[in-house]
Design a protein around this ligand. Structure first.
Ligand code: ATP
Ligand code: MG
Length: 392
């Protein structure tokens, strides 16, 4: 008996012509995720199923862990592959499989669920269910049959080889990255935006990112923190092109010319405008932010109206209805929380007003922006041109 893994994926959205594309993307990401795991692996697509076959010794936990980063996987079933399909051997292997799965101390119920895809096999599915059930009962007297609610559903798939599996470990769900275009994530060093990126990426969207910093007001360590966050998100989303924009001149200009209580909103509008320019360059079809209604002054509905008004691309705000504690729980789950709470300054917190507007009016904000000199366009242009690009 050799070990392998059957990869299950959700069927939604992958009917018809899309199916092959979806599966090929998934195979690609599985191969990528296993690159750093000890062992040699072959990933195959057969009969509408994806398998991972290890060749030789391999790190089982490493495989299970790596696959948790692959969106599109709904479940992972460790399978035992029996090459000698002769029925006497199948019986022997089945008993051994069940003994390992359910040790004697624990009385449990089971059901055999055989599927004969290989028509030439001498027993059909019904016969296999009955005969294998019987041999299990004879050899494992602590087990009982329950056809309605079994503790263990033993799947027996008869093909060129026979596959046995009973366990399904939940995968991350979602859709394979790249199956739904790409979007530009506004990534700060906070808790929310990495989670927002994760959520959109989970729907199959490839990510690029933009980070605004304000040296020398923000430090190299603050920037490193964002790079680290991008790397953590990239474990799920695959490579991220991270644009790092020097926002200092623009912020100072806004600070000097505009009412201080409107600073954050106007800054946010410039972030969105610049993010769109990068989105255009990278052929991204949307922007992603970590905003959640009412979380801070710049995220009231009125504030969101003002920020949104400068965007022509759709803005995806997957956390819009989340409470902070739910976002924190997700951040912990995906491994970004520890980095996000490191106490480094953010460009928004440096030029922040004591009493920011909570109900800004778009026409008023637009009038304030007119106070910015003509130079602002050049500053935007320069910020885009001189941005640093890191591929993480
Ligand atoms: P986060 O935890 O994501 O920083 P937050 O609760 O601190 O969010 P804000 O600071 O109001 O909220 O930012 C709202 C959103 O604007 C962020 O989720 C992020 O998408 C974007 N954003 C804020 N600051 C930056 C920045 N310096 N660079 C890139 N995007 C930013
Ligand atoms: Mg923030």
């Amino acid at each position: 008996m050799t070990q392998a893994f059957l990869i299950k994926y959700a069927e939604i959205g992958i009917k018809g012509k899309n199916r092959h594309y979806f599966e090929d993307r998934l195979v690609h990401h599985i191969v990528r995720s296993l690159r750093d795991v000890d062992g040699q692996f072959e990933v195959t697509k057969e009969y509408g199923r994806i398998y991972v076959f290890p060749h030789g010794a391999f790190d089982r936990d490493g495989v299970l862990q790596a696959l948790q980063y692959v969106f599109g996987i709904s479940g992972i079933c460790p399978v035992s592959v029996i090459e000698d399909t002769e029925f006497e051997n199948l019986k022997k292997e089945t008993v051994q499989f069940m003994k390992e799965l359910c040790p004697e101390e624990r009385p449990q119920t089971f059901k055999v669920n055989a599927r004969r895809s290989n028509r030439k096999y001498p027993k059909d599915s019904m016969q296999l269910n009955a005969d294998l059930g019987e041999v299990i009962l004879q050899n494992c007297p602590w087990l009982k049959v329950d056809v309605h609610h079994p503790d263990i559903l033993l799947n027996v798939e008869v093909r060129a080889s026979i596959y046995l599996y009973a366990e399904e470990i939940p995968g991350p769900g979602g859709m394979p990255v790249g199956s739904n275009g790409s979007a530009m994530l506004l990534l700060s060093g906070g808790i929310d935006s990495p989670v927002a990126g994760y959520m959109v990426s989970k729907r199959g969207v490839q990510l690029d990112a933009v980070y605004f910093h304000a040296p020398p007001y923000t430090s190299e360590r603050a920037k490193q923190k964002v790079v680290d966050l991008a790397r953590q998100v990239a474990k799920y989303s695959g490579q991220i092109r991270l644009h790092i924009v020097n926002f200092t001149d623009i912020q100072l200009e806004i600070y000097q010319k505009c009412p201080h209580e409107e600073l954050t909103i106007i800054m946010r509008r410039y972030m969105m405008r610049i993010a769109e320019k990068f989105a255009e360059k990278d052929k991204s079809k949307g922007l992603i932010t970590g905003e959640s209604i009412g979380q801070v002054a710049s995220q009231t509905i009125d504030s969101l109206v003002c920020t949104n008004a400068v965007c022509t691309l759709p803005v995806f705000r997957p956390l819009i209805g989340f409470d902070k504690q739910d976002i924190v729980a997700l951040a912990e789950k995906i491994g970004t929380y520890e980095t996000s709470i490191l106490p480094f300054e953010d460009c928004c917190t440096i030029f922040v007003a004591k009493h920011p507007v909570t109900h800004p009016v778009l026409s008023v904000i637009e009038r304030s922006e007119k106070k910015l000199g003509e130079g602002i366009e050049d500053m935007v242009q320069k910020a885009v041109e001189e941005a640093e690009l890191l591929v993480v």
